[in-house]
Write a protein that binds this ligand. Sequence first.
Ligand code: FEO
Length: 399
Amino acid sequence: MASVEIKPGIHWIGVNDRTTDLFEGIWPISKEGVSYNSYLIDDEKKAVIDLAKAFKTDNFFRQIERVTDLASIDYLVVNHMEPDHTGVIHTFRQINPRVVILATPKAKKMLESFYQLTADIREAADGETLSLGKHTLRFHHIPFVHWPETMATFDETARVLFSCDAFGSYGALKGALFDDECTDFDFYMKEAVRYYVNIVAKFSGPVLKAIEKLAPLPIEVIAPSHGLVFRKNPGVIVDLYRKLAGYATGPGDKAVTLVYGSMYGNTEMMMNAVAQGISREGVPVEIFDAARTHSSYILTSLWTKAGVMIGAPTYEGSLFPPLEQALRMAVLKQVKNRTAAMFGSYGWSKGALAQIKKITEPAGWKMSAELEFPGGPTTDLLARGEDFGAEFARVIRAL
Ligand code: FEO
C-alpha cells in the first residue's frame, strides 16, 4: 500500500506483513497477516512515530521516501520498544545519524540493551510536549500497554492519538486504511479480539487505566500501530478494548467453550452428546479440538465465556497433552474464575481430572461436575452425556 495522508501533514507510512507465520514467534497470522503502522508528521520539524519490523526495512524506507527524504527526519518517537515497531531503527540511525529519538526512560534503557543505541536519545516525560511547528505532540505514558516502557503520543493540533499497540488488531490491511473505508470491518474487530487476548489481556488492569487516562483528550482519530485507523468512530475500538479488559475480573458471557481432545473417537463421541445437551438449553457453545486448533483461537473463547466444558481422555495416567497445553496457556494468560466441567474416556486408570484441577484451581476455576468412563461410551451413557451437557448449560445460565 502507498502512503496515505490521514490529516493534513500526517502520513501513514506503514507496511503490511503477510510473510510472518507466527506473531511474537507464537501466534498464528499466516492467514490473517498484520500491519506495522508508522506515521510521519511533515512540519517545520519532521517526526516519525514508531517504525516497523526489521525484515521490512526496504519497504518501510520506501514509504518514507514517498513523502520526504529519510535524512531530513528530525525526530523519531518510539512509543513502544518491542521489535515489531523498532526493528529498522539501527538502519534508520545509520542513514540519518542526526535524528533525535524520544522515548520513555524505560524505553531508553531497552534501546541500549536491544540495539546498543545510547546517543541522542531524549527522555520523554509523562505530559511533556514537543513542538514541530504547526503540530504539537504530547506524550502520555501508558505502562504495560503492552510493555512497561510504553507511551502514547497525542497530536494536539490535529487531534490524532498515536496509540501504538493499544486499540490495535491482527490483520494486514486490505487496501483500506480507515474504518469508514473498510469493507471487511467485522474481520478486523474479530482479529482485534484475538490480538487483545493473545497479546494484551494479561495487562487488562493497565489497559483500563490507560483508557481512563486518555479519556479527557479531544481525540478525533485513533491511529494504532496494527490494523485500521479509526476516524469515523474511534469510540468503537475503545469500547471493545474496555469490554475485553472487563473480562479479566468479570464473570464472562453466559456461554460455553467446549474444548476437547480424542485419541480414538470415544471422547469425541461423548463430546457430540454433551454439545447436544448444551445446545438443547439454548446456551451458545463454541467447540475446539485442542490437538488441531492453536491456543490463540481457543483463548478468545475462554477469555469471553463463563463456562468451560473440557473433554479430556486420560493419557498415560494424566491429561491428554494438547489439553494440558491449552489449559496452561489459559492460566498463563490470566483466564480466571471460570466454571468448568469435564468428561472423558480412560483405558485402565483415571488421571485427567486430577491434572485439570491441578492446572486450573490456582486460577480460581471451579469444577462443577465430571463424567469419566472406561473405553467407549454405551448408548445409555451417551444419553447421560447429553443430560450432563444440559445440566451444565443450566448452571452457566444461572450464574
Ligand atoms: Fe506491536 Fe507490543 O508490539
